[in-house]
Design a protein around this ligand. Structure first.
Ligand code: AMP
Length: 213
């Protein structure tokens, strides 16, 4: 199963990704996570290159993102499928992925687009908390059962540093509308679009995605 999942920040991409990779036994490739991990390591060149973009909520230039993603897709564990979370975010990125997959003979099976209104995104992002270890998503409204410790793996549940500034969040939503949303039409034309209402519960959203796929 070759999948991409798109949606504004706060749509529930991370929440659904954890479920989808378990169901289809495919690796999760989240560009935002790759960048945040690189930024934590002060010796890492990639971290230094992407910091100014991630910190301000702007998109990292296509050339750099494409290079990182295609290098990841050349690794053995992606040969039977993958879920790309947060990529593509521009037409250039989508075209580079298509070219790579068609050369490999494994075209995309589904482009899942989760839709939520901007104010729902804002509210969810500012209240979002994530397990630093397994990536399971919580929120201020639905915290883990005990003291910000993950119910699933015992990891520490924390805020994401790029989620905490309202101006940054607005900038990311604007980028999504301007640069990523047009990809809906791109994938519709290629007959792989799976459009989902993200305001429903995580279980309902998951079951709709699986049925559509
Ligand atoms: P995310 O965790 O997916 O919300 O990504 C966090 C930040 O990483 C974004 O605000 C961008 O600065 C950067 N980023 C992640 N994925 C991409 C991408 N596909 N293209 C450009 N920038 C990206």
């Amino acid at each position: 199963m070759e999948l991409v999942i798109l949606g504004p920040q706060g749509a529930g991409k991370g929440t659904q990704s954890v479920r989808l990779i378990e169901k289809y036994a495919i690796p999760d490739i989240a560009t935002g996570d790759i960048f945040r991990a690189a930024m934590k390591d002060s010796e890492n060149d990639l971290g230094a290159k992407v910091r100014e973009y991630v910190d301000s909520g702007r998109l990292v230039p296509d050339e750099l993102v494409i290079e990182i993603v295609l290098a990841r897709l050349r690794q053995d564990d992606t040969q039977d499928g993958f879920l790309l979370d947060g990529y593509p975010r521009s037409r250039g990125q989508a075209e580079a992925l298509d070219k790579f997959l068609s050369e490999r003979g494994t075209p995309l099976d589904g482009a899942i687009v989760i839709e939520v209104p901007e104010e729902v995104s804002m509210r969810r992002i500012l209240g979002r908390r994530v397990c630093a270890q397994c990536g399971w998503t919580y929120s201020v409204a639905i915290p883990p059962k005990s003291n910000w410790t993950c119910d699933r793996c015992g990891g520490e549940v924390v805020g994401r540093f790029d989620d905490l500034e309202e101006a940054t969040v607005r900038e990311r939503l604007k980028n999504y509308t301007e640069q990523t949303l047009p990809l809906k039409k791109y994938y519709e034309e290629r007959q792989v679009l799976v459009q989902i209402d993200g305001t429903k519960t995580p279980d309902e959203v998951f079951s709709e995605i699986v049925t559509a796929l």
